[in-house]
Write a protein that binds this ligand. Structure first.
Ligand SMILES: Nc1ncnc2c1ncn2[C@@H]1O[C@H](COP(=O)(O)OP(=O)(O)OP(=O)(O)O)[C@@H](O)[C@H]1O
Ligand SMILES: [Mg+2]
Length: 429
């Protein structure tokens, strides 16, 4: 519980509001004058795609992410491109001094050095600067360090963050300044700051990935101007964040083809993405045995294990089970079930499913052991074929249940049967 001081009501407002109101005239939506707004392209393809085609003028975008994930790098690079394209930009750094930001900008290339910066944490000064400069796009890094001296709370407290964001929003809408707010989220996503902002802003983007891994993903959790299904994949390099446009190609060539490895045809928004799902099954010395899931939901893993035991004949109750999506990617869709099940089965049998190309799979597992259809099957298959994966197991006429899909494992032991996709279950190309 924190005490919040109420700002004194301005003089004259204490009178009953009834007499002050002026009736408004409703108009039909068809009559509303809405000029066509041109989106501002940041020149970072993956970022623009996640935003729905670029930044909308006057919009407020919150970019949340764990410390050190690359929020400042991404926003600086975006401003650099916008400035190079002739837009007026401003970088407001509350966290780092101008000299520190310059060090980063030097890594990012010559355009980044053309970005104007102010380093301050006083909200009034920041608003006055924005009013005077009137940039097209500004970055506030971060929303938690700005503070309004009139409020009692410490910077980053709920009341401060709400006030800071509220006043920035008013200015952004009035002056048409697109504002990118950087916000911190702890590992548990528990920090009150950005959470209270989510209703206020137009877009909430989440920048995720593990710091030790190279791949980072940018996804929209809320977007008033575009789909929330889009995902951008980046890689952190010396010269900043580099877009990974053909992520599937990377993940497929990196796939190990060892027992326990299956390529999952996932959908990341409107885009199919091939990722490698790896499983390890090892005898356990502890009770209950370990269940470790990286990149997939733990509950999903538990469900797959239960269905495998009940309907697939693989009881892994006395084994430690590890499942991981390679490359630090997180897969959050039911379509991953079958690939996880096949990877687990292959790991527990110790046989590699593929002969010379990795096996691809997608499909949802039902609780009664049936395979359920998932969206965009044709696009997933097309993506797998594009990368030369010919053996694809997915729900269809030939594989209606998990048991039928698992027959692909038997096919691998008898290589002759598997060649040419002759197994009963594989929907081989
Ligand atoms: N010389 C370098 N070469 C490669 N990567 C680097 C280099 N310097 C920094 N990085 C990467 O950049 C990351 C920091 O980026 P950035 O400062 O944009 O993160 P941030 O999300 O803004 O962090 P914070 O939460 O501290 O503001 C580091 O974690 C590191 O991965
Ligand atoms: Mg930063």
């Amino acid at each position: 519980m924190t005490e919040e001081k109420r700002a004194g009501a301005p003089a004259g407002r204490s009178a009953p509001a009834r007499s002050a109101g002026r009736a408004l005239t409703p108009v039909t939506l068809g009559e509303v004058h809405a000029p066509k707004v041109e989106r501002l392209r940041t020149g970072i393809g993956e970022f623009d795609r996640v935003l729905g085609g670029g930044v909308v003028p006057g919009s407020l975008v919150l970019i949340g992410g764990a410390p050190g994930i690359g929020k400042s790098t991404l926003t600086t690079a975006a401003l650099a491109n916008l400035a190079a394209a002739g837009r007026k930009v401003l970088y407001i750094s509350g966290e780092e001094s101008a000299a520190q930001v310059k060090l980063r900008a030097e890594r990012l290339g010559p355009h980044a050095l053309g970005v104007p910066i102010v380093a301050d944490t006083d909200l009034d000064a920041v608003l006055a600067t924005l009013e005077a400069e009137r940039p097209d796009v500004c970055v506030v890094d971060s929303v938690q360090v700005l503070y309004d001296p009139a409020l009692t709370g410490a910077p980053g407290s709920v009341s401060q963050v709400r006030e800071v964001a509220g006043r920035l929003m008013r200015l952004a809408k009035e002056r048409g300044i697109a504002t990118l707010l950087v916000g911190h989220v702890t590992k548990e996503g528990s920090l009150a700051g950005p959470r209270v902002l989510e209703h206020l802003v137009d877009c909430v983007l989440s920048f995720e990935g593990e710091r030790e891994r190279t791949y980072r993903t940018l996804r929209a959790l809320k977007n008033r101007f575009g789909s929330t299904n889009e995902v951008g994949v980046f890689e952190m390099h010396e010269e900043g964040l580099v877009e990974v446009e053909d992520a599937s190609a990377r993940f497929v060539t990196e796939a190990t083809r060892a027992p326990g490895s299956v390529v999952l045809c996932a959908m990341e928004g409107s885009r199919p993405l091939l990722v490698e799902v790896q499983a390890l099954v090892a005898p356990s010395e502890i009770v209950p045995p370990r269940r470790v899931a990286n990149g997939v939901d733990r509950n999903r893993l538990a469900l797959v294990l239960a269905v495998l035991a009940r309907h697939g004949g693989f009881s892994l109750g006395s084994a430690d089970v590890f499942v991981s999506v390679a490359g630090g990617v997180r897969v959050d869709e039911p379509g991953a079930d079958l690939a996880i099940a096949l990877a687990l089965a292959s790991a527990s049998k110790g046989i590699s499913i593929d002969v010379d190309k990795p096996l691809a799979a997608f499909g949802e597992l039902g609780l009664t052991g049936e395979l359920r259809h998932v969206a965009h099957a044709d696009r997933r298959v097309a993506e797998a074929r594009k990368f030369g994966l010919e053996r694809i197991v997915h729900p269809g006429q030939r594989a209606g249940t998990l048991r039928q899909a698992l027959a692909v494992l038997n096919g691998s032991t008898e290589k002759g049967a598997a060649a040419g996709g002759g197994t009963a279950s594989a929907q081989a190309a």
